[in-house]
Design a binder for this molecule. Structure first.
Ligand SMILES: [Mn+2]
Length: 512
């Protein structure tokens, strides 16, 4: 048996909502996985990119990352990591924060060498690094990192260099889509992964912030665990159960039989406790035979375990007929009293208020500050977001057409409303740094052809900007059937996840 945990998108160093508590939440999430790894005595922890939120994390962030991983180093549980788009080495630098952790023995950083558009997977060496490790008898772990623009070609090149006589676990920071039409920067079509299927038993992905693979979609070999915590404001819109980590075992025939009988299979590392599907929990199980069988192993057992994260609660008070700001605040109070019980308050939840109904006051009079203060002071909310985009507003349309003879005034008003919309619900707040990085990357792409860029370049640039716009038309429809209390069945989930793929790309995607 070889048993490992697969995590991704930990985003250590994120200072979400300018909150020190939120900064701590990301470390707490990682520590809970490390505790699970020790308790269950797994053989390895795999990190499929974006351990850090930034390319140059603060010294305190690196210090606390090391502290979180130290129990694994002390207990001889190896950690294999790759770079993500958030924490990869800068082009002008020889190393990144992950190299610091690697140098101190906290993890092995798997990194291919890329030269002249040629990707090479060298065996990993403590001194020189590399991309391939034999982690156990018959188990090879290989790491690609974030491949950006040449993603299809590099995956194809990697496939040719993977061994044929072992169970290969490949780490890659990429979003897989079954629909080629929706591909964005950092995405790859499932069909383009086909060459890997021959050599890879388990494709360990990161990048998308919700889980993929548990329903056996994509033929049961492609897995993405989701982020450990909520990372972007958009993440609050999807159920907490879709974010967590994978606890994976590859078993031989004897071990699998024993596991099916309910015995605990013997392992080289001691006792193990694989949770059963019928255990009362939100975790889910997926198993399949390993085909083609290479070496000892016959079965893959994959278990998704949602992380215990800070609760994010959405309130939907109807404020139809509220003719005064105080009435709006009162409606929010009633909704909060119904939903936020003592247990939730004790955990200092994040509260999203999505106002419903028809506006009876102008949008600018919505008591955002009063609602925030109410929820923070009386309901112990750590952070509050007030969203008005569900409201049917007659006020804006009327204001726009006040004097339809005066085109200039109409244009001014339209500009003001557009600016309002962008501020309120368009551009993801807090992603300015990512946006500027994307713009700089685009400048590079334009180099030499700035005056007459090709259609392809313009298309690519547009796709790079899309992730910074939070709400497109499709998002609105995808959101309609999304409820934080709704736990989807596996089948409903996989189709819905497709619809949500764009959303997560939006939340995560095109950082340069
Ligand atoms: Mn990412």
């Amino acid at each position: 048996m070889f048993r490992f945990l697969h995590i991704a998108d930990i985003h250590l160093g994120k200072y979400q909502h300018q909150s020190a508590e939120r900064y701590g939440d990301y470390f707490a999430a990682l520590e809970s996985v490390v505790a699970h790894a020790r308790r269950e005595k797994v053989d390895a922890l795999l990190i499929a990119g974006d351990l850090f939120d930034e390319q140059e994390p603060a010294a305190e962030t690196i210090r606390r990352a090391a502290r979180a991983l130290r129990p694994l180093r002390e207990n001889g549980i190896p950690v294999y990591a790759i770079e993500g788009n958030h924490d990869r080495r800068k082009r002008t630098e020889p190393a990144c924060a992950l190299d610091i952790l690697a140098g101190e023995g906290y993890l092995r950083l798997l990194r291919p060498s890329v030269e002249d558009q040629k990707l090479t997977l060298l065996p990993h060496d403590e001194e020189k690094g590399g991309a391939l490790v034999e982690a156990a008898e018959g188990v090879v772990i290989a790491g690609l990192g974030f491949l950006g623009h040449s993603i299809e070609e590099y995956h194809r090149q990697a496939a040719e260099q993977l061994p044929e006589d072992a169970f290969v676990i490949l780490l890659s920071h990429a979003m897989v889509s079954s629909d080629e039409q929706t591909l964005e920067y950092g995405c790859i079509a499932y069909d383009d992964l086909a060459p890997l299927r021959e050599r890879v038993g388990y494709l360990a992905l990161g990048h998308r912030h919700t889980r993929v693979g548990l329903g056996g979609e994509m033929d049961g070999w492609v897995f993405n665990p989701g982020s450990l915590e909520y990372v972007n404001s958009l993440d609050y819109r999807l159920p907490a159960e879709l974010r967590g980590f994978y606890d994976v075992a590859i078993l031989d025939a004897t071990e699998y039989d024993a596991w099916c009988r309910g015995d605990e299979p013997a392992t080289s590392t001691g006792e193990i406790l694989l949770a059963r599907d019928d255990e009362p929990s939100t975790s889910r199980l997926f198993t399949r035979p390993i085909e083609p069988q290479r070496g000892l192993y016959t079965h893959l057992v994959v278990h998704h375990i949602p992380t215990d994260k800070r609760p994010a609660v959405t309130l939907r008070p109807d404020i139809t007929g509220c003719a005064h700001p105080d009435a709006v605040t009162a409606a929010v109070r009633t909704a909060a009293e119904d939903t936020l019980d003592e247990d939730l308050r004790a955990r200092r939840p994040i509260v999203i208020v999505r106002l419903q109904g028809t506006l009876a006051i102008s949008r600018s009079r919505l008591p955002r500050a009063a609602v925030t203060q109410l929820l923070q002071e009386e309901f112990d909310a750590l952070h509050v977001e007030v969203m008005d985009r569900d409201l049917l507003g007659t006020a804006d349309a009327e204001a726009l057409l006040v004097d339809d003879g005066d085109l200039e005034q109409v244009a001014d008003r339209a500009r003001a409303i557009a600016a309002d919309l962008l501020k309120a619900q368009g551009i993801s707040v807090g992603r300015e740094a990512d946006l500027s990085a994307a713009l700089i990357d685009m400048k590079t792409q334009l180099h030499g052809s700035a005056k007459s860029p090709s259609k392809e370049v313009l298309q690519a640039m547009r796709q790079q900007l899309l992730p910074f716009v939070e709400f497109g038309d499709e998002d609105v429809s995808a959101d309609d059937d999304t409820d934080t209390t709704h736990v989807p069945g596996e089948e409903a989930e996989s189709s819905r996840e497709d619809a949500d793929a764009r959303e997560d790309a939006g939340a995560e995607g095109g950082d340069a």
